[in-house]
Design a protein around this ligand. Structure first.
Ligand code: SF4
Ligand code: FES
Length: 198
């Protein structure tokens, strides 16, 4: 059986290898799908759902998270249908309520016509995309930052004993963070712990 599948993205016929996700094919083809929790070196996470696209497969329409959804023969993908735009607008509004000052979210707000005040404001300045946590564990293997608690109380936290030894010479998660919260939280952790340990 062939390992190549034929799919269509926004009318463009694309060949893809089995096992690839829609997002991977789109990126390879230069088709833009917005993402907030995707990183090419990390396991797909599916946390932000901003990469949602419309698919049609075996005559059925559906909305799927493109960074997780594997390609299949004959798949037809629309990355910009009116429904997709609406889903993304709502996601951006929800995320803006968490992290109102994020430049990345402000850009998305303009692009999708999102309204900042729609879901009220309880800013926690972190959108829980997990890029910092996953990069630190999967790429750096340091485990200096992790998720703590669950449900609405879920947040991220540096592990001071590790972070104070490792983070000062790394800081590679800071530019990945869509809200700059990772850096702010590290500085706070450092200040509360009396500075980096040597
Ligand atoms: S601190 Fe930044 S990178 Fe880490 S989970 Fe929150 S938004 Fe994502
Ligand atoms: S990029 Fe796909 S869910 Fe975040």
């Amino acid at each position: 059986m062939s390992d190549v599948v034929n799919i269509t993205i926004d009318g463009k016929e694309c060949k893809a290898e089995k096992g690839m996700t829609i997002l991977q094919v789109a990126l390879r083809e230069g088709i833009d799908i917005p993402t907030l929790c995707y990183h090419k070196d990390l396991e797909p996470y599916g946390g932000c759902r901003l990469c949602t696209v419309e698919i049609e497969s075996r005559g059925r329409k559906n909305y799927v998270v493109s960074c997780l959804y594997p390609v299949e023969e004959g798949l037809v993908v629309k990355t910009r249908s009116p429904e997709v735009e609406k889903i993304r607008r709502i996601i951006v509004e929800l995320l803006l309520a968490r992290a109102p000052g994020s430049p990345e979210l402000i850009k998305l707000k303009e692009e999708y016509g999102a309204k900042e005040e729609k879901f009220g404001k309880e800013p926690i300045f972190c959108i829980l995309c997990g890029l910092c946590v996953r990069y630190c564990s999967e790429v750096k293997k340091k485990y200096a930052i992790s998720f703590v608690q669950s449900g609405v109380k879920r947040e991220i936290s540096f592990i001071p004993e590790i972070a104070l030894k490792e983070c000062d010479k790394c800081k590679e998660c800071f530019p990945l963070c869509p809200t700059s919260y990772a850096q702010a939280l590290y500085l706070l952790t450092q200040a509360l712990s009396g500075g980096p340990s040597t």
